[in-house]
Design a binder for this molecule. Structure first.
Ligand code: PEP
Ligand code: MN
Length: 330
């Protein structure tokens, strides 16, 4: 059972509902959104609280602050001079992993010249095999911070361990939760306690509802700057690494006020599929794209097969702008 408070409810009103619930033996869980508080509790007769006028409605089913059903204003996220979620297209690009200073700087220079606003590059990699390159750790974050200074680009980096959240939040402008960790609830809560924007990738076997529930874990902790990233799901089709669920873009944008990005690189797993998927994502109305770019993909320690060369990325950016301009005129 969920008690959805009116948007003008005060802390005292919330306290009154909590006290009443405790008095009848329930264990209230309070979650605060931007404009509303939702209180979850197992209650047999919610009519016992009918006299508390600050309760707007009682919902016997899933309620999520990340859904428009509760909060309707679009979530705008400001990172440096970039505003995410305002109807413009945000471009994030860079290597999958930080491998060296030269590799990172060459990538940053190239993606910035082509028009990307935010740099990607990971210092902690969730690898399928424990024997694969795991990332440079803090040294990688230091290189990213140096690249931010040099190129004036904010960066996003993944965190895979709750014990590293404070460290990654100290360096990164945006923290990312990867597909494999979408349901790592302690990690979600931990990033929810930071005040850094979070990119939440869709689990590769997660439904939209499960993805929104994961976002709710972050949001309900008080971190309201969540970006959802569709990165392909596992289906029976194995022509590409994953199947990009383009449908999820309009589905989630209708249901949620959070910005929705698409990562065509991790969906495709193959360089030649990245451009068509990226263009489809723009046409579908994605709020942003995140694309792997590497100066020498054949030498990449991670995900080289899907990384675009700098000139391929520059060419794609021209085509992305053309699609975006055509949509704006349509
Ligand atoms: C990544 O973006 O580098 C990554 C690991 O992607 P995903 O979590 O979507 O697999
Ligand atoms: Mn990768």
């Amino acid at each position: 059972m969920h008690f959805v408070m009116r948007s003008d409810a005060t802390d005292r009103d919330v306290g009154d509902v909590v006290a009443r619930l405790e008095a009848i033996g329930a264990e209230p869980r309070v979650s605060s959104g931007r404009s509303r508080v939702v209180i979850g509790a197992e209650v047999l007769s919610p009519s016992d609280l009918a006299d508390l006028a600050a309760i707007e409605k009682v919902v016997d089913g899933p309620v999520r602050l990340v859904e428009r059903q509760i909060e309707d204003e679009p979530t705008l996220i400001r990172v440096g001079s970039v505003t995410i979620g305002d109807g413009s297209l945000t471009m994030v690009a860079g290597p999958c992993a930080v491998e060296s200073r030269d590799q990172l700087f060459a990538s940053a220079e190239a993606v910035q010249a082509a028009g990307a606003q935010i740099l990607r590059g990971d210092a902690f990699k969730p690898r399928t095999s424990p024997y694969s390159f795991q990332g440079l750790g803090e040294a990688g974050l230091e290189l990213l911070a140096e690249a931010r200074e040099t190129f004036g680009m904010p960066f996003v980096a993944e965190v895979i361990d709750p014990r590293d959240v404070a460290l990654v939040a100290e360096y990164a402008d945006i923290i990312r939760i990867g597909s494999r960790n979408m349901s790592n609830f302690p990690l979600l809560r931990e990033v929810g306690r930071t005040r850094r924007p979070v990119q939440l990738k869709r689990g590769f076997t997660a439904t939209v509802d499960e993805w929104l529930d994961a976002a709710e874990y972050i949001y309900a902790e008080g971190n309201h700057e969540v970006i959802l990233v569709e990165r392909g799901i596992r289906t029976f089709e194995n022509a590409a690494r994953n199947t990009l669920d383009i449908t999820a873009v309009p589905v989630v944008q209708r249901r949620s006020h959070l910005p929705v990005f698409v990562d065509p690189s991790h969906a495709a797993g193959k360089r030649e599929l990245v451009a068509p998927l990226a263009l489809a994502a723009v046409a579908a109305g994605a709020d942003g794209l995140m694309i792997d770019v590497h100066p020498a993909p054949d030498e990449a320690l991670v995900d080289g097969a899907q990384a675009l060369l700098p000139e391929e990325f520059a060419d794609l950016m021209h085509r992305i702008r053309a699609v975006a301009a055509a949509l704006a005129e349509a």
